[in-house]
Design a protein around this ligand. Structure first.
Ligand code: AMP
Length: 395
């Protein structure tokens, strides 16, 4: 029986543990906080990722390690890799940790990206705004996630505000200025690469974000075949270049008939949660199969699926659980503003049935202030909502 170590003990680790049980796996999780939610399901070691004593203790108990959190210091991943197998490899982790390195690599690999420029000083920011144009987004190169560490620049006059917001970070984590993409929608490829190089993608997922945080995903996305093929090709090219092993996500914008890559997540991804019930093999199961050297499972979708993220607090589960294809995931976390505390998945055989199920759930949850925007954004996307004057989704 293999023992798998997971660096980071959040909901991704928790779902990896759940997926690993049928494979007979044991897990050990490391996190910096004692209430990390994967600790409810597997032994949890609490410590700093830079503390070699704790890392050694972690390594002693496992055969290989993987990540639930991509901002584990790449040096710590390297240190571990000298002792045990680490998947994905520390280089892939390092590339994904730095938006500038990542976008530069995408460009080198022929993967289209929005215009971007490195920014280290205020003068460079002014020059970058001229080069990239407005509107644009100033982002920290490192340690940003879910829209944190970002400032939207609407005109050249915003330079003061932008520098005030993020200038201090220039020395610590570096900055990158990116052209703002007036995207039609956001899509992601969730894919897996095995130790022997076999590559599989789940059908493309369409994603909605609210304030930079994923609120809902729909799969399979209704995307033109050539665009879908291009997305798979880019993901495979990237995975092969990085000799990547395991699941990863490539987040992209669809804009004017093209796709532009935004970022890569070197781990199982929120936009792939739908695969638990909506695909033949889930992203969590295939990640474990990949790192263990087991055959990959089929990534075929089972019908039409929608995933709704619960942010801040869990709503009443009844409306989802009443649905034939309704599934509930409570991560066992304390409620806290902005925190991902759970999700629901709805699976149906047709898109019409999915739309009808969403309407029923939307109606039932409409009084829940945090939930209404999620249902609303989905409903808009489906163009199934009755007119706002019906008050269907009024919160
Ligand atoms: P990120 O942390 O880069 O994933 O950004 C979080 C969210 O901000 C994305 O999912 C988009 O909704 C939005 N965003 C980020 N970069 C851009 C961009 N260059 N143009 C338009 N929207 C963006």
């Amino acid at each position: 029986m293999s023992a798998i170590g997971i660096l980071g003990g959040g909901q991704l680790a928790r779902m990896l543990v759940l997926a690993g049980a049928p494979l007979g796996l044991r897990f050990s999780v490391m996190d910096t906080v004692a209430d990390a939610c994967a600790g409810q399901l597997a032994p949890l070691l609490v410590g700093d990722y830079r503390d070699e004593r704790v890392l050694q203790e972690f390594a002693n108990g496992v055969d290989m390690t993987t990540f639930d959190f991509e901002n584990v210091p790449a040096d710590s991943a390297e240190w571990l890799a000298a002792k045990i197998a680490v998947y994905p490899n520390p280089r892939a982790l390092a590339v994904a940790q730095d938006r500038l390195t990542e976008k530069t690599l995408f460009r080198e690999l022929g993967i289209p990206v929005p215009d971007f420029a490195e920014v280290s000083t205020r003068e460079e920011l002014e020059a970058a705004i001229i080069a990239v144009g407005v509107p644009c987004i100033l982002k920290t190169r490192r340690l940003g996630y879910d829209g944190k560490g970002q400032f939207r620049i609407r005109s050249a006059e915003d330079v003061d505000l932008a520098w005030k917001a993020l200038g201090e970070q220039a020395a610590a984590v570096g900055l990158i200025l990116e052209a703002f993409v007036p995207f039609l929608r956001e899509i992601s490829v969730v894919a897996v690469r095995a130790r022997d190089g076999e590559f599989r993608s789940w059908p493309l997922t369409e994603n909605w974000h609210v304030d930079g945080v994923l609120s809902a995903s729909l799969a399979p996305a209704d995307v033109a075949v050539d665009m879908e093929q291009a997305a798979f090709t880019y993901a495979q090219r990237l995975a092969e270049h990085l000799d990547y092993v395991g699941v990863f996500a490539l987040e992209m914008f669809e804009c004017e008939g093209r796709i532009l890559a935004n970022e890569m997540a070197p781990r199982v991804h929120n936009s792939g949660h739908w695969t638990i019930e909506g695909a033949e093999t889930s992203q969590f199961q295939n990640h474990l199969r990949a790192i263990l050297g087991l055959p990959l499972g089929s990534t075929r979708a089972r019908g039409h699926v929608c995933m709704l993220n619960w942010i801040g607090t869990m709503p009443d589960p009844q409306p989802v659980l009443r649905e034939a294809g309704g599934h509930w995931h409570d991560y066992g976390k304390q409620a806290r503003a902005g925190r991902k505390v759970g999700h629901a998945t709805l699976r149906t055989d047709s898109r019409d049935e999915l739309a009808a199920a969403l309407l029923r759930i939307g109606e039932a949850l409409a009084r829940h202030a945090q939930v209404a925007p999620v249902i609303e954004s989905l409903s808009h996307a489906f163009t199934i909502v009755r007119q706002p004057e019906d008050g269907l989704f009024a919160s």
